[in-house]
Unconditional design. Structure first.
Length: 395
């Protein structure tokens, strides 16, 4: 028969905020396990003769949080083999509580324990009360100790939990600066409970300057980006810009009448200009010309979307799938010790795709192509010559 682990949320503050049902449940048990004794409800319940056995020593003996949570879960599972377990956690068991997730994942794969969750008040409501923002406006919640820049979405508010020290705040700042302006406003929220909280509003670059602002109850709230200029580095925003340009009703008179055929010459022209920038080792020019080439990709994708055939998501999906498929030595278990191994892997993967061979540029034509490039630096390409190039070869 499976033993039961009941995970009980202690809420975000004191005993007055603890639901009556949870209070009565805990009063019926004299021995309770808790993730940490550092919670105001614990002190109140200890005064009512409830004994708590904590896992605080595990924090002292492990440097990484994931190791801490794994050790706690392993001990709880071991203890549950002898008896049903009551295990308390701060806040709500399903909000920013890794041990709950790990215990439930174990229960799915094993039949020796059952996991029951009894709620508690989450800190989220108090955070939004502190910053005076409606969560229905859209928000993302992330763990400050494990955040990645690709998780960030400036179109929504972002709530970062577990910012318990200036060191964590420093790492967080560096990650946030990949997506937000250095002077973007952020709110450091500590001790949020009901209508009470310590809220410090600063600019992003100052996030880790004052180590007295951080405790184990500190979160960081980042309002969503409001200025259009702040989205200029966002790929989705760039896609929307080009889609607007080609829109039949509201688009630019030139862009909206372009076709895949009419745009072919510009891809060649922009490629020539990129060659020039590379030859001159001009990084800023390279950035500009790569942007011009990306413009051509987005124009073709936007035309495809307008015509109902494909869009940029399908282009990116095709690229990602191809690169993963053709690099099993990176994304799978293939081994490649030298260039010959790579050639074999690449050709094998390519042959499995069933791709129809297309006419390639012949060697003589390629030499002519590069010669033309050398001769046309800093002046427009001859349209007739370009047309001949497109008629003679291509993929």
């Amino acid at each position: 028969m499976a033993q039961r682990i009941t995970i009980v949320g202690l809420g975000n503050h004191g005993l007055d905020d603890l639901p009556l049902g949870i209070y009565k449940f805990l009063k019926n048990h004299t021995q309770v396990y808790t993730r940490t004794l550092d919670h105001p409800v614990i002190l109140s319940l200890q005064e009512e003769d409830i004994t708590f056995q904590s896992f605080d020593t595990i924090y002292e003996n492990n440097a990484a949080f994931d190791d801490v949570y794994e050790a706690i879960v392993n001990q709880l599972i071991e203890k549950s083999k002898k008896e049903d377990i009551i295990y308390t956690v701060p806040g709500h068991p399903r909000v920013a509580e890794t041990t709950t997730a790990k215990l439930e994942a174990y229960a799915v794969e094993h039949d020796d324990i059952e996991v029951e969750v009894l709620g508690g008040k989450s800190f989220i409501d108090d955070i939004f009360e502190a910053v005076k923002i409606d969560p229905n406006d859209g928000f993302t919640m992330l763990d400050g100790t494990a955040i990645q820049s690709e998780q960030l979405n400036g179109r929504n508010h972002t709530l970062i939990t577990q910012v318990y020290s200036a060191m964590v705040a420093g790492d967080l700042k560096v990650t946030l600066m990949e997506r937000y302006p250095d002077n973007h406003p952020v709110h450091i929220v500590d001790g949020a409970k009901g209508n009470d909280a310590n809220v410090t509003e600063i600019e992003l670059y100052e996030l880790d300057h004052d180590d007295t602002l951080f405790t184990n109850l500190t979160s960081v709230f980042i309002p969503k980006l409001k200025n259009e200029r702040d989205y200029y580095s966002d790929f989705q925003f760039a896609t929307q810009v080009i889609e607007r340009l080609v829109d039949d009703e509201h688009g630019c008179p030139w862009d909206k009448v372009q076709t895949h055929e009419s745009l072919k010459r510009y891809l060649l022209e922009e490629s020539f200009e990129l060659f020039e920038a590379i030859d001159n080792e001009d990084d800023w020019h390279i950035v500009e010309e790569l942007g011009d080439i990306l413009l051509q990709v987005l124009l073709h994708a936007s035309i495809g979307k307008k015509s109902g055939y494909f869009d940029i998501n399908e282009v990116v999906e095709s690229l990602s799938a191809k690169m993963i498929r053709r690099h099993p030595h990176i994304f799978a278990e293939e081994k490649a010790d030298n260039i010959e191994d790579l050639k074999t892997i690449w050709s094998t993967a390519k042959s499995k795709e069933g791709k129809v061979e297309r006419v390639k540029f012949e060697k003589v034509f390629a030499e002519h192509f590069l010669t033309m490039y050398d001769k046309t630096k800093n002046k427009p390409l001859d349209e007739t010559a370009l047309k001949n190039i497109l008629e003679q070869g291509g993929n």
